[in-house]
Design a protein around this ligand. Structure first.
Ligand SMILES: Cc1ncc(COP(=O)(O)O)c(C=O)c1O
Length: 410
């Protein structure tokens, strides 16, 4: 395990004068805190000894039932017996990787992908093989080519890791047809699929699409989380896995933590039972859509020619490509000096690519701050582009099939 080189910079980026378009923290300020406080007080008064006790390694039965109700909204028909509660979906990722991977084992990951997953795969010394995306998410031909390449080396991937909804970092969503195509390839290559879905319920324009797990019960391990639809501080996520895998997951969970935090599970159940949680998700969505629109309008107004980005239909992130020759990691210190922060694209690739990209988050700052952030970012990029023109620094070229160009260009 290694510390990220940009960690120290983010300590600076978190200062209040910096507009951070970097972090992926949900904005939970709009939660009905007085109601939640009342519920928690009742919970401790009425059930204190239980909520502060050790619990089941698989998670408490009542929360696993609630989780099944939540998953129904994305078309998943599951039994609480097949759910394992985890400390956030991050721990589910860790447990699944621990179960399936020995050092050197290949895993296939769409590129770019979630930093936290790449960190886990690295910690278990997996051999990460990327497959490129297009505007519709993970691209089937790229997936097939990666699997064929592995086969030609006499290897087989332990699993495919994919984020079908409002992906981190690109914000892209796989269409239903795309999900079916990917599952058909998984069937052909007898490949296990890890579907990581923390953002699926934050769909701005339409009802959530059917989860991959709802289309294939046996081949998909589904990871879910309350972090983005309620609050990340409770650290409650889950894995829904085929029966045999579930048994091993519980053993792995027991060896990692004995049991997931009982207090948090009660707190989540309490919230779900005593609050309009579906209505709250609508509140979150309208707040995030306003912030997305602020980011998109700021980008349109302030970015120099040659920048390209997409319009996410949900979630937290926009993925932006900068003019050829610019390096987002190299320019980050100058951006932070100009009081704006983003995450350079290289963090989202296991193979060092991505230097022409950056992830911009619109989840946390207010709309006004976001627009100000884009103004500052526009100035930085304009200066960088001018330097490039003046000094003619040789640009680095990406392979033609790499990443994706967004539909909107400025
Ligand atoms: C794609 C993805 N997976 C998993 C996680 C981890 O979420 P948590 O552990 O809070 O459930 C995140 C957090 O940002 C994420 O973006």
């Amino acid at each position: 395990m290694t510390a990220s080189a940009i960690r120290a910079l983010f300590a600076v980026a978190n200062r209040p004068e910096v507009v951070s378009l970097a972090g992926g923290m949900p904005n939970i300020g709009d939660l009905p805190l007085p109601n939640i406080a009342e519920g928690m007080e009742r919970m401790i008064r009425d059930h204190g000894p239980q909520v502060m006790q050790y619990g089941s390694g698989q998670g408490e039965p009542f929360i696993r039932e609630h989780i099944c109700t939540v998953m129904k909204l994305e078309g998943i028909d599951a039994h609480p017996d097949d759910v394992t509660v985890t400390c956030g979906s991050q721990q589910a990722l860790d447990l699944v990787t621990r179960l399936f991977c020995d050092p050197g084992d290949p895993v296939v990951v769409e590129a770019p992908s979630y930093v936290g997953a790449l960190g886990t795969f690295r910690a278990y010394q997996c051999d990460v093989r990327h497959a490129a995306m297009d505007d519709d998410g993970l691209e089937p031909n790229a997936l097939r080519a990666t699997l064929q390449q592995l086969a030609s080396e006499g290897k087989r991937a332990k699993f495919l890791y994919t984020i079908p909804n409002f992906q981190n970092p690109t914000g892209l969503q796989q269409s239903l047809q795309r999900r079916q195509e990917i599952l058909a390839i998984a069937e052909e290559f007898d490949l296990l699929v890890i579907e990581d879905n923390p953002y699926g319920m934050l769909s701005f324009e339409a009802d959530p699409l059917p989860a991959m797990r709802s289309l294939d019960h046996d081949r998909v391990i589904y990871l879910g989380s309350f972090s983005k639809t309620f609050a990340p501080g409770f650290r409650v996520g889950w894995a829904l896995a085929p029966h045999a895998v579930r048994e091993k997951l519980v053993l792995a969970q027991e060896s990692a933590t004995l049991c997931p935090p009982v207090f948090s599970q009660y707190a989540i159940a309490n919230y779900l039972e005593n609050n309009d949680w579906r209505g709250q998700i609508e509140v979150f969505k309208s707040m995030y859509v306003e912030r997305r629109d602020a980011l998109l309008s700021g980008l349109k107004e302030y970015m120099p020619p040659g920048c390209e980005w997409n319009t996410p239909r949900g979630g937290f992130f926009v993925w932006m490509q900068v003019p050829e020759g610019l390096d987002t990691q190299a320019m980050l210190p100058r951006a932070v000096t100009a009081r704006v922060a983003f995450v350079p694209g290289t963090g989202f690739y296991a193979d060092g690519l991505g230097s022409r990209y950056m992830r911009l988050s619109y989840c946390f700052p207010t709309a006004e701050r976001i627009v100000e952030g884009t103004r500052r970012l526009g100035e930085v990029l304009t200066r960088e582009a001018e330097m490039l023109n003046t000094f003619g620094i040789e640009g680095r070229r990406l392979p033609p099939d790499h990443g994706f160009p967004g539909p909107e260009t400025n």
